[in-house]
Write a protein that binds this ligand. Structure first.
Ligand SMILES: [Zn+2]
Ligand SMILES: [Zn+2]
Length: 267
């Protein structure tokens, strides 16, 4: 693995291992670049708080620890400070305001929920149901809006959402893929999804991405240091992506977007 920009830490409460262990695993795996992109805090206006992300008060420590490791391991590996963030329109302004003082290297968009997560009508992007067509449409729409903020280096697990109607799936995912291509934002082939037998990476999604001509990256979505050492899974995913006619971008080809919160503020 040349690089991995999708790495979590224990702060999100569903990943394990010390930050340093991820760095050492990445070095052992031959990575030249390791990006930390833990689940970012969110600012919900009610008592609701999601269990799968760090708290706002943990960000300071996250930034300091990753920055310290960056300096300490500078001669062995390039470490980048990032976050995996949802785009929740109602509370995004508050989030960008909070993140502004921090010197983040990049962010990736991981649209786990549609709506604002805490409010009525919100739903998990990967859930199915009778209304799955409408859910897929809303997923495409909100994800595109998120990409259009210009803050994201790539789109994590773009194929998290599904719908049983094949024609409709093609229509909505073509729309998402085309917009990502226009914006020059690569799509992630998610290795964790393969390892855990999730619905993504999705064959039909990647056939569409190949037709549209999207660029792609492989992301370990590491929730433990050992995930970075799973060479079998990495190679399987690399070959799979190539079988669709897509070669993942090398690190030099990938455009890292440093978040500019000044231009993205929407209140
Ligand atoms: Zn996670
Ligand atoms: Zn994710």
């Amino acid at each position: 693995m040349e690089y991995n920009l999708h790495t979590h830490t224990y702060r999100c409460r569903h990943a394990s291992g010390a930050d340093r262990e991820y760095v050492e695993a990445a070095i052992e795996a031959g990575c030249a670049v390791l990006g930390f992109s833990d689940h970012c805090p969110q600012f919900f206006p009610t008592d609701y708080y999601s269990h799968f992300r760090m708290f706002p008060e943990q960000l300071e420590d996250y930034v300091r620890c990753v920055s310290d490791l960056k300096r300490e391991y500078a001669s062995d590996i390039t470490i980048l400070l990032g976050l995996e963030t949802e785009y929740y329109p109602e509370i995004f302004g508050r989030l960008t305001e909070f993140l502004r003082p921090y010197d983040l290297d990049y962010m990736i968009l991981g649209q786990h929920f549609i709506g604002n997560e805490y409010d009525a009508g919100s739903f998990f992007s990967g859930s199915h149901g009778d209304d799955d067509k409408e859910r897929l449409r809303l997923y495409a729409e909100q994800t595109i809006e998120g990409l259009e903020t210009g803050l994201f280096t790539y789109l994590a697990h773009p194929d998290i959402s599904e719908c049983s109607d094949d024609g409709y799936y093609r229509e909505q995912m073509t729309r998402l893929c085309k917009r990502a291509r226009e914006l020059g934002i690569p799509l992630e082939y998610n290795i964790l999804g393969y390892v855990n037998g999730r619905s993504y990476p999705s064959e039909r999604f990647w056939r569409i991405a190949a037709e549209v001509g999207n660029s792609a990256v492989l992301g370990a979505d590491a929730h433990s240091p050992s995930a970075l050492l799973n060479v079998g899974a990495y190679e399987h995913c690399l070959n799979k992506l190539r079988s669709f006619g897509i070669s993942p971008l090398s690190f030099d080809e990938l455009k890292i977007i440093k978040p500019d919160f000044g231009s993205a503020l929407d209140g």
